[in-house]
Design a protein around this ligand. Structure first.
Ligand code: T5A
Length: 227
């Protein structure tokens, strides 16, 4: 078992059906096989309080109250998730893998929800309270391919609140995620999500492994092993 002094926080971002959940599961398996303690989680949700809000958001029950209210609900859910689950896990030396996080709010509520950037940034600051991902992997693919995958998987006659929006909106989100990656190239890495599952998994592992300590203490790790 490898014990880290401080954990690592990795987020998975991108459009619908981009393969985030599939790759998160595979990365967790690879890291556990290497002896690391891994926690997998998701947004909206991931803590008891946030899971309660998830249904309200994804069912569309909050849609009538407007995008601003939805953004506040996403932020409230995120705050609970950060304080109850993510921060304690990182402090214990766990590698936390999270399916969507703050960049989804920037894109879905900020860019395609047309909310002012200052409002979204304020909510983000309050919600994350200093817990910024060490690495964000952005899964990039044409929106039409992602939606088709998501709908096929769900056998989908019943798309959620956000899936059902127009293709043009989904393409705008794709561009917005790429823009975040360009602006924050230290934190973000873009992966071509049209590749086969195994090829993506190998790439994703390499993007996270560079942040982990090598057994001999060398490397560009941001995490340290407890001796
Ligand atoms: N949201 C979320 C906001 O608006 N603001 C926020 O702040 C947050 C946090 C969440 C929704 O909430 C919105 C965004 C979303 O609309 P969700 O149900 O959690 O909704 O949905 P998503 O996160 O979009 O997850 P999906 O399940 O739709 O997509 P994934 O996880 O990216 O894709 P995955 O892995 O489930 O794969 C989909 C299908 O494709 C296949 C899989 O086997 C599966 O069948 N697949 C591949 N096929 C071919 N090649 C590959 N490389 C493949 N990889 C996977």
């Amino acid at each position: 078992m490898v014990s880290l002094k401080k954990g690592l926080f990795v987020t998975f971002e991108g459009g619908e059906g981009a393969g985030k959940s599939t790759q998160l599961r595979l990365l967790a398996e690879s890291l556990r096989a290497r002896g690391y303690t891994v926690l997998t989680t998701r947004e909206p949700g991931g803590s008891a309080g946030a899971e309660a809000v998830r249904h309200v958001l994804l069912s569309g029950a909050a849609e009538a109250f407007g995008v601003r209210m939805e953004a506040i609900l996403f932020a409230a859910a995120r705050s609970d998730h950060v304080e109850e689950v993510i921060r304690p896990a990182i402090d214990k030396g766990t590698i936390v893998l999270c399916d969507r996080f703050m960049d989804s709010s920037r894109v879905y509520q900020g860019i395609t929800g047309n909310l002012e950037q200052s409002f979204v940034a304020t909510l983000e600051r309050v919600a994350i309270n200093g817990v910024v991902p060490d690495r964000t992997i952005i899964f990039d693919l044409p929106a039409s391919v992602g939606l088709e995958r998501a709908q096929r998987r769900a056998g989908d006659d019943n798309p959620d609140r956000f899936e059902k929006e127009h293709l043009e909106t989904h393409e705008k989100r794709r561009e917005a995620f790429l823009d975040i990656a360009r602006r924050d190239s230290e934190r973000c890495r873009v992966v071509d999500a049209t590749q086969p599952v195994d090829a993506i998994a190998t790439e994703v592992l390499s993007l996270v492994e560079v942040l982990l300590p090598h057994g001999d203490g060398t490397g560009t790790s941001t995490a340290e092993v407890v001796s």
